[in-house]
Design a protein around this ligand. Structure first.
Ligand SMILES: *Cc1c(COP(=O)(O)O)cnc(C)c1O
Length: 426
């Protein structure tokens, strides 16, 4: 019989570490990754037939839950009309029109097949548009796996970035300046040092890849001001937050308008998609109209466009985000209550349908603070929850994801499991 353990052993013989995306290997929590056989609504089932309430949501895309009939029908209908053309299809225009309507500064969109490609291409466009080389990113923010973005802070505040992955040339990494999230002076210092060299500042407007970290009041206003003053582009990477924390993304909540926005995850409804967009005068620097090259065989793929459009149909219904936010907030309140009862330094918070839980007493406001979590306690908590049928992202530095398919019973079951697990790790 197929078990998670036997499948992991098999996978490791032919896939590096048994997986195709590093965090799936459970290295941060230990133990055996679950091999998923199927998913429906708010649930996933592994190859052993065990059911989990799904708070991974494929790392964000599944905001209406798995196998939503409207999305599945759209995908099946599109498949009947062909899987890929390599020539324009009208669904690309339709999805782009919806994005433009929801994000006022977005006049032109380019679709890609992943968030990585979207962020990488937006970066190239910013460099091409400004004629500048350096970029600013933030420690702990993730923008996919482009070489220029796999860079961490060097030693010393104004030091060049250094590669955070082997295989990234030092020569490239030195053009990436790594500032601290929620620390405006750390960005200001780079602009003082390189006033004419910075092409863009790229940021997750609500950070979600060092667990969920909210922006401090004034942080994004300050970034906006610095970029405008120095002729650099402000790029919001909304691959995770777009259509997830609010219909109009984090920028709708924060009220700051970036120059370029990157999207992914929800906009593909579970199919491989990325997108980026901004004003025509910037976007039209890109091929075929301008000198910045960008292309993709499967970009704007009809199946992906169909899944994205069908997902938007559902989340654009009046009240969708209010209900989603309220229910996710109820879950978070239950988790916080469970922590108080157990007397464990643990807390949770949410933004729309995105949430964070932390093995610490109050939510972190910086990359440094999120590192102070009790990781060993998180690991024990994680596996107790998993055994109890609650599938959380397998790492203490990841956000978790709520969907409209999660019922009151699912929320209650999750809170009950957290009470037990937190009491056990107290
Ligand atoms: C997931 C993510 C990416 C990368 O998207 P992929 O589709 O995995 O390539 C980029 N930026 C942010 C903020 C993300 O959360």
């Amino acid at each position: 019989m197929s078990t998670n353990a036997s499948e992991f052993e098999r996978a490791r013989k032919v896939l590096v570490g048994g997986v195709n995306s590093a965090v799936r290997a459970f290295r941060a929590v230990g133990g055996t990754p679950r091999f998923i056989a199927r998913a429906e609504g708010a649930y996933m089932w592994d190859v052993e037939g065990k059911r989990y309430i799904d708070y991974l949501g494929s790392w964000g895309p599944m905001i209406v839950g798995q196998t939503h009939p409207h999305v599945v029908k759209a995908v099946k209908d599109a498949a009947d009309r062909g899987l890929s053309y390599g020539a324009p299809n009208v669904m690309e225009s339709e999805l782009a029109e919806r994005i433009c309507a929801l994000f006022p500064q977005v006049e032109r969109v380019r679709f890609t097949s992943s968030g990585t490609e979207a962020a990488m291409s937006a970066l190239r466009l910013a460099r091409g548009f400004t004629g500048r080389t350096k970029i600013v990113k933030f420690e702990g923010c993730y923008h996919g796996t482009a070489d220029s973005l796999l860079v961490k802070a060097g030693s010393g505040a104004l030091a060049f970035g250094t590669p955070s992955s082997a295989g990234v040339p030092e020569d490239l990494a030195r053009h990436t300046l790594v500032a601290q999230f929620n620390d405006l002076p750390s960005v200001d210092a780079f602009f003082r040092e390189y006033p004419k060299d910075i092409a863009c500042v790229m940021v997750e407007p609500i950070a979600g890849n060092m667990n969920l970290i909210r922006p401090a009041p004034g942080f994004h206003e300050g970034l906006r001001k610095l970029c405008t003053e120095h002729g650099a582009l402000l790029i919001f990477d909304e691959v995770m937050t777009g259509f997830r924390v609010a219909l109009g993304g984090a920028q709708e909540i924060i009220g700051v308008t970036p120059d370029l926005s990157a999207f992914g995850k929800v906009i593909g409804g579970g199919m491989p998609v990325g997108a980026f967009g901004g004003p025509a005068k910037v976007m039209e620097m890109m091929a075929p109209l301008g000198p910045v090259y960008q292309a993709g065989t499967l970009s704007g793929n009809p199946i992906a466009m169909a899944a994205g459009l069908a997902t938007l149909d559902l989340i654009q219904k009046p009240g969708f985000f209010d209900t989603l936010s309220d229910r996710c907030a109820r879950l978070v309140a239950g988790l916080n209550d469970a922590a108080r009862r157990a007397g464990v330094p643990f807390c949770a918070q949410s933004a729309g349908g995105m949430a964070g839980m932390y093995m610490m007493a109050t939510p972190p406001a910086s990359f440094a603070q999120v590192q102070t979590q009790d990781v060993e306690r998180f690991k024990r908590f994680y596996h107790l929850m998993l055994d109890d049928g609650i599938y959380l992202p397998p790492s203490p530095v990841e956000a978790f994801f709520f969907s409209s398919a999660h019922s009151d019973e699912d929320i209650d079951a999750t809170i009950a499991a957290a009470r037990k697990a937190l009491a056990a790790v107290a």
